[in-house]
Write a protein of this length. Structure first.
Length: 606
């Protein structure tokens, strides 16, 4: 706004209109003749313009608080009414000299006081803002501190849950192969086993977890969650019986979860490992299979299931489970452990396959047969197998029937190589097993074989092959023919070997009486033929139709196991062990059956 450059001229702004009108009006009335317009009471009387307004209306007019439409009416009335004009003058005039002196004596009327108040008022908004900012920052700090405290409390509670503490106790001292949920990788430390008794070597984590679990169970003694954790702690302390008792009750009451089945499997497996119970470990595998069905992508369950399968001798199943495990495991160290175990099993299977392939390669050509015959060390590890399942191929190659000699005896070289290998095998049997049956079976190298021997050896080879492929009626007939032909020749070893094959065909055809009648006379007839006598003992025991001999069978099969072991006939020993477990199965003694069969399987894979 610009300063007024002509102070003698009144401003024509709208804001000065009312004061100027009042001033003109009052000046006009002061020069007009005085007239009384008041009644005897001193109140303004009515004029031509109407009754006089109330006194407060004049104060509001001076204050500028009257609507524009009412201003003209009031001014017109004051112009015609000297009394109201006088009232208007009093409201519009300044204070009297006495009032001015009195007012000037008040503190707030001084310029110094007004200046200080102005300064104070000027600073008031900034101070309020600072106060608000201080409160804001203080509140934010308190909120952050509270959030940090809550976070730290939640973190502490998480890392100190009983589940976490039990997992850390397992990692601190991993005392068994099976995994525990949430546990980090650790090598097995079997030397720290507690064997179910407190030794003062329990980890602080295990003790802390145990105390927390016990406190929870004091308030909720039947809570399934805390009971399961108590059983898990029992397993870590190798208190398997109480753990199994808890877990069996939880499984019976339900619900059955994969976690509950896995914990129960761990308890049974470890108790079986501690006391040698094959039933416990079989139960563990059953629980793990059920857990696998409920959670097929859970690495801990797959790991434990594969370990249990290995323990049961289920190598192929274990390989399949390990392959699934390595697809789902994400922890690098646990993944490496699974891959290592998978590689070991795959090597075993590869060895079995390569072994079968090598057996075929040894018979693939005359040169291969001669090379094997010259390798006494390798021959000693294979002689039982070659004189068992591979004997038919060798007999047919070494002693072909006359009708097979077409085109000028094309098998001459192969026949000679096969005969050389057979005589090398006979020497190995006599040297390693003290068994002369193959030596006495074979004709002399210096003279051509008798045609009847050719027929007899061909019939024996045919009987062994038919029994291998499950054609037992044909195998029984071929073996009978071979035994008769060898009897004509006076070849006792050939005849006894044919009787063994015939009894086996009869036994597999469930002709137990005929089997027993065929093999029983063989016992003790030629005790020097170790392989034949051990086989005859197992066949005679299997086919014995006499009632009530089941309890005695164990002793006979045990004799066969001992004899095979003493003569280093590993395959015969495995067969006798399998038969040893049959009475235990028939009598319902599953524990004894598992112990026998598992020993057999482990010996086979070894």
């Amino acid at each position: 706004m610009k300063d007024n450059l002509n102070p003698g001229h009144r401003s024509s702004g709208r804001e000065n209109a009312l004061p100027r009108a009042l001033e003109d009006l009052l000046d006009g009335l002061s020069s007009a003749p005085a007239a009384s317009n008041a009644d005897s009471t001193g109140a303004p009387a009515a004029t031509a313009t109407g009754p006089c307004p109330a006194p407060n209306e004049w104060s509001t007019l001076v204050a500028g608080e009257v609507r524009p439409a009412e201003v003209n009416a009031l001014l017109a009335h004051a112009a015609a009414c000297p009394a109201c004009a006088e009232r208007l003058r009093k409201f519009s005039s300044g204070p009297s000299p006495e009032e001015a002196v009195e007012v000037s004596q008040l503190a707030w009327a001084s310029q110094e006081w007004q200046h200080q108040m102005a300064v104070q008022l000027a600073h008031t908004p900034r101070q309020q803002k600072q106060v608000k900012t201080w409160y804001l920052w203080t509140g934010a700090a308190l909120a952050a501190s509270l959030a940090i405290a809550i976070g730290l409390t939640a973190w502490w509670q998480h890392v100190n849950t009983p589940e976490r503490l039990l997992a850390e106790a397992y990692t601190h001292s991993r005392i068994f192969e099976l995994r525990m949920p949430g546990a980090a990788f650790a090598e097995v430390t079997p030397e720290s086993h507690l064997r179910g008794s407190a030794t003062g070597r329990e980890s602080s984590r295990l003790l802390d977890a145990r105390s927390r679990i016990e406190r929870k169970l004091e308030t909720a003694p039947q809570d399934p969650h805390w009971l399961q954790l108590e059983a898990r702690a029992d397993v870590l302390e190798e208190k398997f019986d109480p753990a199994i008792d808890i877990l069996d009750r939880l499984l019976a009451s339900g619900p059955v979860t994969s976690s509950l089945l896995a914990d129960a499997a761990a308890a049974y497996f470890q108790r079986g490992a501690a006391n040698g119970s094959e039933n416990d470990r079989a139960t563990a595998l059953d629980y793990l299979r059920r857990a696998d069905e409920l959670a097929p992508d859970e690495p801990v369950i797959l790991f434990n299931e594969a370990v249990a399968m290995e323990d049961r001798g289920q190598v192929m199943n274990a390989v399949e489970t390990w392959n699934r495990y390595v697809r789902f495991e994400r922890d690098p160290r646990w993944l490496a452990e699974g891959r290592r175990r998978l590689e070991i099993l795959q090597q075993k299977l590869s060895q079995l396959k390569s072994h079968s392939s090598r057996m075929e390669q040894h018979l693939a050509s005359p040169q291969a047969m001669r090379a094997l015959a010259a390798d006494a060390g390798t021959l000693a590890t294979l002689d039982e197998e070659f004189t068992g399942t591979h004997l038919p191929r060798l007999l047919d190659s070494a002693f072909p029937m006359p009708g097979d000699r077409s085109r000028g005896s094309p098998c001459e070289e192969s026949c000679q190589a096969a005969r050389t290998l057979l005589h090398a095998l006979a020497a190995s049997l006599q040297h390693k097993h003290q068994d002369p049956w193959l030596t006495q079976f074979l004709p002399s190298v210096s003279s051509p074989p008798d045609p009847v021997f050719l027929q007899a050896s061909h019939a024996l080879a045919q009987a062994i092959g038919e029994d291998l492929f499950g054609d037992y009626p044909a195998g029984e007939q071929s073996a009978l023919k071979a035994s008769q032909l060898f009897h004509r020749l006076g070849n006792a070893a050939g005849e006894d070997r044919a009787v063994i094959e015939r009894s086996y065909a009869l036994q597999r055809a469930s002709k137990m009486s005929a089997c027993y009648s065929a093999v029983h006379p063989l016992l003790g007839r030629d005790p020097q033929f170790a392989w034949i006598q051990i086989h005859a003992l197992t066949q005679d025991t299997l086919c014995d139709p006499t009632p009530g001999t089941g309890a005695e069978n164990n002793a006979n099969f045990q004799r066969a196991v001992s004899q095979a072991h003493d003569r280093h006939y590993g395959i015969l020993e495995l067969r006798a062990r399998n038969l040893l477990g049959a009475p235990a199965v028939n009598s319902g003694d599953a524990e004894a059956a598992w112990q026998i069969y598992l020993t057999t399987i482990r010996a086979f894979y070894a």
